[in-house]
Every structure is written in C-alpha cells, then in structure tokens.
Ligand binder design. Structure first.
Ligand code: P6P
Length: 334
C-alpha cells in the first residue's frame, strides 16, 4: 500500500532533520499550500467561474492583468495575513511590499510570489502556476523593502504549484525537491515524488524561438548547433518545447531534464532579461540546483546575484548541468 505522506508529515520530518526549519516555517508553507488549493479551484472553474479574460488594468510591470492574476494575488495575501507567520509579502502584481497589518499576528518571514505565472495561457486552457520564495526577515528593524533584497542563497523555502491536468505542488526547504499531488477528494497534497534529479545531459531545450534574431552571438551559436542536430557539432538531434509558462517548462525539466533559456535580447536592451529575479528566477534556481541542475544568468550563478530592486529582471539559463555549462561557456568566450 502506498505510504500516505501528506505535506504536513513531510515538513515535520524535514523539521526534525534540519534545525533551520522552524515550526513557523512549516506552518507558513501549509498556509501557502492551502492558498494554492483555493487558486486551483478558481482556475479549474474557468468560464463557469466568470474569472476568464482581462481585468482592464495593468500591473507594476506594465502588463495587462487577467482577472485570475488579481484573484490569485488576493487569495495569497488574505491567507498569509491570517496565517501569522509573515512580516511582509511582495508580489509581481504589486509595486511595493505588503506589510502584514498590525491587527494580524506578525511573523519573522518574508514571502515573495508570482501569483499566476503564465497568465497569458489562462484563456486558452494551458497550464499555469504560482511561484513562491521565502526569506527570513533581518533581526530588529521594522520591515522594509530593503529586507527583501537578499541573494537567492538566503532563501529558506521555495516552490511552485502547477494548475494543470493535476494540481502539483513542488517545493524545497534545502533538503531535496519533493512533489505533492492534490487529492481533490480529500483536499490534501499527497507526496508523490521526492529527491528529484535532473539528468546532466539532455536533448530538449525550451526557448521562444521567435526572438532568435534579437539574441547575442553566443546564444545564437548555442541554439544553431542544437538545430543542426546529428549532422552538426553536437552529434545528436534535439527536441524543443515552449509552453510560455516558466513554471510549467521548469516543471518538465525537473521531471525529465532539459534546459530553459530566456536570455537578454535587443528588443529591450536596457533590461538584463524578461524574467524577474526575486520571485521567478531565484525560487526556480534553488529547485533546479537542489535537483542537481545549474542556474546561471550567462555570467554568474543566479542565486549569487545581490538584488538592488524588488522587481529587477535577469537572464535565465537553467536545467541539465552539461547543457547550461555549455551555453555559459559560449557566453564566457572573448
Ligand atoms: P514569451 C510568462 O509571462 C513569463 O513570465 C514566463 O512564465 C514565461 O516563460 C515567459 O514569460 C514567456 O515569455 O516572451 O515567450 O511570451
């Protein structure tokens, strides 16, 4: 009989083995998981829940917001205000930080999230997800935006929830990567995989090929060699997958290997990349590294980047070690 390990039991066992995992952190992650379950229910209603389409508003990134972007953001804020384990939150959908109001119990953690990654896929019924990252609030001071500007190596928990054919919660607290599948009958997340490993080699890359003419020469070279297949310098054929939801493309890579690429391109030369460091690249980088993969911005390890802005962007190359090392080596050449 399959050993039924629910999220709480998994976290209690990790708590016993790792002193940095406090009961408060465990409870915080359980609050986030419950919020993801509620978001999953809203997403699954689709048109029946009157949650499809745009909200006729823009987020801080200047992107059109979908109704579900706003709903997901509100679900996460409300759940975590009551949760009592946070000092403050930051979200892709909000310009500044959201300090937990004094009428709620205050905690020592900082939560950052992209409430609904890939929201352009909502209206066409393609998988999307929530990405989250947890930091500890520095001692003493009243919480401020500056407290969030910590390198990815300072994360104490990171994860995502994919709203697809299954609702799948994937997380790490620094001791491997675990996968939980939502058992809708009982409304609980059941451990279905742990200690995920990304193969060092792969023949599958994830990139938006329509941007090819805008890339730098090293990026052009890497993809061109993959496209030459077995007749080219790589000596093997490659396959391409691009969902358009980072959370889904990275979930595939964590599950079967691959390399995810979103490099700088000439369309917005003053921005280092499209994806956001604090609540997309950093949490995904920790998960990838915990599964034996590599995550770089083309020059350095993503998790070593010292943030200067809450919504700063970054180039992203992550996944199977030997492929990411190769594309990074092309960028390192003079
Ligand atoms: P493009 C979704 O908007 C997102 O931030 C990531 O989830 C995804 O990987 C990327 O943008 C897709 O970007 O340019 O292919 O639409």
């Amino acid at each position: 009989m399959y050993k039924k390990t629910y999220l709480t039991r998994y976290l209690v066992e990790k708590q016993r083995l790792n002193e940095h995992i406090s009961p408060e952190l465990r409870l915080l992650l359980e609050v986030v998981a419950r919020a993801c379950k509620r978001i999953s229910q809203a997403v699954n209603k689709g048109a029946l829940g009157e949650v499809m389409g745009s909200a006729d508003s823009e987020n801080v990134q200047g992107e059109m917001q979908k109704k579900l972007d706003i709903i997901a953001n509100e679900v996460l804020i409300e759940a975590n205000e009551w949760g009592g384990h946070l000092a403050a939150m930051a979200s892709e959908e909000m310009e500044g930080i959201h300090v937990v109001p004094n009428r709620y119990p205050q905690g020592e953690y900082l939560l950052m999230f992209d409430p609904l990654d890939g929201s352009s896929n909502i209206d066409v019924n393609v998988s999307i997800g929530t990405i989250f990252s947890v930091l500890k609030k520095p001692e003493g001071t009243l919480v401020s935006e500056q407290d969030f500007l910590q390198a990815g190596t300072k994360q104490v928990a990171a994860g995502y929830c994919v709203y697809g054919p299954q609702t799948t919660l994937v997380l790490t607290v620094g001791d491997g990567v675990a996968v939980f599948t939502l058992d809708r009958e009982h409304g609980s997340f059941l451990l279905t995989q742990e200690d995920l490993r990304i193969p060092d080699d792969t023949n599958e890359f994830a990139v938006n090929m329509s941007n090819q003419r805008h890339w730098t020469p090293p990026m052009q070279r890497y993809i061109d060699e993959c496209m030459q297949g077995i007749d080219g310098p790589r000596g093997k054929d490659f396959n391409m997958r691009w969902v358009g939801s980072m959370v889904v493309d990275v979930h595939r890579i964590l599950t079967r290997g691959g390399v995810f690429l979103y490099p700088w391109d000439r369309r917005e030369p003053n921005k280092p990349g499209k994806l956001r460091l604090m609540y997309e690249a950093n949490p995904m980088s920790w998960l990838v590294e915990q599964a034996g993969g590599v995550a770089t911005d083309g020059k350095c390890r993503i998790m070593d980047i010292q943030p200067s802005q809450l919504h700063q962007r970054v180039s992203v190359f992550m996944g199977s070690k030997n492929e990411v090392d190769r594309v990074a080596s092309y960028h390192a050449e003079p």
